[in-house]
Design a protein around this ligand. Structure first.
Ligand code: ADP
Length: 474
């Protein structure tokens, strides 16, 4: 479907921004996303700089940058990438003038964005104030209300006692979902359907949150039944212009974590699409959003949608949006950080037209036959699926690579693009079948089951999809 929207620019197209080219970018990240950003830099004639942990000494992302420097010597694997002073020091010593945070690690830390700016460097992302506001669930919800964007009814702030939890549930009714106030990544959530379970579930969820995130405070929201997770990709510039790049459907989730993503959302009525994209742009304009970001919504069966959160960074699934719009989001991020405006980049809302359907499968080194436990070791054999309409974004996917237990288990992102959902799924299916991987188990058998499911092929999706189809695990 070719959908066109009227542009929602704040005060018409504005372009009074100082342009200052970026010559060198450090990526404060690892793995496939670091390489994704290096590639964009190289294409733009910009020097790329990697940082790597001691554990990642042999990792591919280090090889793919023009220069690389070790950080966090002696620190545990994840902490190495969270060491702000060291990242800044590497920048200063090596003539770096901008930092890209990727996703995860420091990407949503406003103190990091601020430290980068204080060091006289440019942060390729939103302003520290916006990163801070969007990372604070309460502040983000307030911003949504102010911008006239519907939100899920929920507590006004973190809840720490079972009495408060019970009070909310009595007032708003069940079901509700408990979420760790300081959690994320789909972890630390629990759905409660019976009043007599509220107190005990709260206690349990809260102590789990305390164990996992160091804080037992919870948010409580009304649980939306059979929601679709639909998110809108945005780009904003320094002049206050904002465009959307349509939406992605990320309803295919396992334990609230995304597994397969599709752009655009299949079977989404144009009227709802228009309302959602407009709401997302309104919110971005309201908070002065700059650079790439995503507004996430849950959509119920009657077509109502509710804001859940803003991801003030590039997302794992940005690739499917790139495929349907032909816009390189990472290059756009860099250009915006340099001071280019959206009209200068040629991005007016009318110029952004989605074509066909793109699907992304996250191929992970997890064993579906063993409850998706991460599998590690040496990749003895690795041959990938290729061909027309297939894109691969990976880091450690090659014969001889050591899959370590230190970081997440994403091996390769496989992205297909074709004129319609079924052809896209069929390209993906064919490509996944071409893979030959020995030495480490992957979730490919599970992904193939998803791709052959009739509901999936017809785009009949909600977040219950995986749980309701036990045959996917066979
Ligand atoms: P995180 O920040 O941990 O990723 P989100 O708030 O983005 O958490 O939610 C992740 C997923 O959890 C959603 O995509 C959805 O499947 C489910 N979820 C979250 N809030 C609700 C809700 N109020 N009702 C139903 N499902 C929800």
């Amino acid at each position: 479907p070719r959908v066109r929207l009227n542009s929602l620019f704040k005060n018409g197209y504005s372009s009074k921004v100082e342009y200052k080219p970026i010559r060198s970018v450090l990526v404060a990240n690892r793995g496939e996303i670091a390489i994704r950003v290096f590639r964009a830099c190289t294409e733009l004639g910009i020097k790329s700089v990697a940082v790597y942990s001691e554990q990642d000494k042999m990792h591919m992302h280090r090889q793919k940058a023009d220069e690389s420097y070790m950080v966090g010597k002696g620190l545990p694997p994840v902490e190495a990438y969270l060491n702000i002073p060291e990242v800044i020091r590497v920048c200063k010593e090596n003539d770096v003038d901008a930092v890209h945070p990727g996703y995860g690690f420091l990407s949503e830390r406003s103190d990091f964005a601020q430290a980068v700016i204080d060091a006289g460097l440019r942060f390729i992302g939103p302003s520290p104030e916006v990163v801070q506001k969007m990372g604070d669930k309460v502040a983000a919800r307030v911003a949504a209300i102010e911008a006239g964007v519907p939100i899920v009814p929920g507590t006004d702030g973190p809840v720490t006692s079972k009495e408060e939890a019970l009070e909310f549930c009595k007032k708003h009714g069940l079901p509700v979902i408990f979420k760790a106030a300081y959690g994320g990544g789909g972890r630390g959530m629990r759905v409660v359907r019976k009043m007599e379970d509220v107190e005990e579930s709260f206690q349990r969820a809260s102590s789990e949150a305390k164990a996992a995130f160091g804080n037992g405070a919870m948010f409580i929201e009304k649980f939306i039944e059979r929601p679709r997770h639909i998110e809108v990709q945005l780009l904003g510039d320094k002049a206050g212009n904002v465009v959307h790049l349509y939406e992605r459907d990320c309803s295919v989730q396992r334990r609230h974590q995304k597994v397969v993503e599709i752009a655009p959302a299949p079977r989404l009525p144009t009227e709802i699409r228009d309302k959602m994209t407009e709401a997302a742009v309104r919110l971005a304009c309201h908070v002065g959003y700059e650079n790439a970001g995503t507004v996430e919504f849950l959509c119920d069966e009657s077509g109502n949608f509710y804001f859940i959160e803003v991801n003030a960074r590039l997302q794992v699934e940005h690739t499917v949006t790139e495929e349907i719009t032909g816009i390189d989001l990472v290059q756009s991020q860099i250009r915006i950080a340099e001071g280019m405006t959206l009209p200068e980049l040629g991005y007016t809302q009318d110029n952004i037209v989605p074509r066909g359907y793109a699907i992304q499968c996250r191929v992970t080194t997890e064993d579906p036959a063993n409850d998706f436990q991460p599998n590690t070791g040496r990749l003895e054999v690795f041959r990938s699926g290729e061909g027309m309409g297939i894109r691969l974004d990976s880091a450690s996917a090659y014969a001889g690579a050591i899959i370590s237990p230190y970081y997440d288990s994403l091996l390769v992102k496989v992205i297909s693009h074709a004129s319609d959902l079924q052809s896209s799924a069929s390209k993906m299916n064919r490509a996944l079948r071409e893979f030959r991987i020995r030495g480490v188990k992957t979730n490919i058998p599970f992904l193939l089951n998803v791709l052959e499911n009739q509901k999936f092929l017809h785009g009949v999706l909600d977040t219950y999809f995986i749980d309701e189809h036990p045959q996917l695990f066979k």
